[in-house]
Design a protein around this ligand. Structure first.
Ligand code: ISE
Length: 345
């Protein structure tokens, strides 16, 4: 491996373009060595904008080119599994945006492949683990300053729903972030879940919105998740941790300091902006995630804090159980443990 980690970004949609820009802006120990994008004009334009040495229109070609030590996979969801397989075979370090694979069966095969490697070089892009707010909540729970944990309450709202998706996508694409972060936060496995929904917004006819999920962990704590993908007013992620002697929550929308460093009070109103989507909200987390992944890859490992392929599979198994509950009249559904799922064939 050269002195710097030569990183290639595959897929230049919104997430891939952000990762490429972050790398070009400077991540210690890394260089943006290559980009790949199926739309040639987009690949060329970004190659010129960022001065990237190698521009590809095929991810597999980049992977086998010998020009990169590491890849970020940010292509459309259904292409992740094949690219992960190819990158694992080429012994590259991998940072893959969720999901790992379209089904839990395919994810099992990829986890097996990833874990068979001598070096664990693969992380999944569950960036909330690098958000300072979630990290502070986790540290507080670990220290036990508020006594035993009883409940958590999460809210996850998007401005407008992606077109062409149904109600289950709210669970597998959006709530899956809570299915990753809550067990990580509280250090306990989710054992059973129940989906429910009430009155739906009249502004969306492609899926039920909002939706509500109840989860139980193996310590008996209860976790509620309210997801609303067509909330209109702003991108809003909240989390409150309720313990015996107190409660702690993420501070209100971390001010979009660069764009709007002030809260304005005027005309009997105090107002602060909301981000339009998750990228400004988690911009700092994305940068920290990238830096941790690069530093670990240079040391021949992956960051302890990042979600592993096995963690991503566990979050997908929770999502699967929630969708089963949705499809069975809000039944309470047991969540398969990832260890049992891996052992079963
Ligand atoms: C999107 O795909 C993401 O991954 C965002 O982080 C999440 O907040 C949003 O709900 C998803 O649609």
């Amino acid at each position: 491996m050269s002195e710097k980690l030569r990183v290639g970004v595959i897929g230049l949609g919104v997430m891939g373009a952000d990762h490429a820009r972050n790398l070009a802006a400077g991540v210690r120990g890394a260089e943006l060595a290559a980009i790949s994008e199926a739309i040639p004009e987009r690949a060329k334009a970004m190659g010129e904008e960022l001065g990237v040495p190698h521009v590809f229109t095929s991810g597999p070609e980049m992977i086998s080119s010998g020009e990169v030590d590491a890849v970020i996979i940010a292509t459309p969801d259904e292409t992740h599994a094949d690219l992960v397989r190819a990158a694992l075979e080429a012994d590259l370090a991998i940072l893959c945006e969720k999901p790992l694979a379209p089904t839990a069966e395919e994810a099992r095969e990829l986890v097996t492949l990833a874990e068979a490697k001598d070096k664990q070089l693969m992380s999944m892009g569950f960036m909330r683990r690098f958000d300072l707010g979630y990290r502070a909540l986790r540290a507080r729970i670990d220290q036990g300053v508020d006594g035993a944990l009883l409940m958590t309450h999460s809210v996850h709202r998007n401005v407008s729903a992606y077109p062409g998706q149904d109600s289950s996508a709210t669970i597998t694409n959006s709530a899956v972030h809570e299915f990753d972060i809550i067990p990580w936060l509280v250090g306990s496995r989710i054992t059973k879940v129940q989906w429910t929904a009430g009155r739906a917004t009249s502004l969306l006819d492609t899926r039920h919105d909002p939706q509500f999920v109840l989860m139980h962990d193996e310590n008996g704590a209860l976790h509620t998740v309210q997801v609303q993908v067509h909330a209109q007013y702003g991108y809003d992620v909240r989390c409150e941790v309720v313990s015996e002697r107190g409660s702690a929550e993420l501070a209100a929308v971390p001010a979009l300091v660069e764009e709007s460093p002030v809260v304005v009070s005027r005309d009997l109103t105090r107002s602060a902006p909301y981000p339009a989507d998750w990228r400004p909200r988690f911009a700092d987390a994305y940068r920290r995630e990238l830096q941790a992944w690069v530093t670990a890859a240079l040391a021949g490992t992956s960051p302890d804090d990042a979600a592993s392929p096995r963690d991503a599979l566990q979050a997908a198994l929770i999502a699967k159980a929630v969708v089963d509950s949705m499809n069975s009249d809000s039944a309470i559904v047991e969540v398969e443990s990832v260890d049992e799922w891996m052992a079963a064939k």
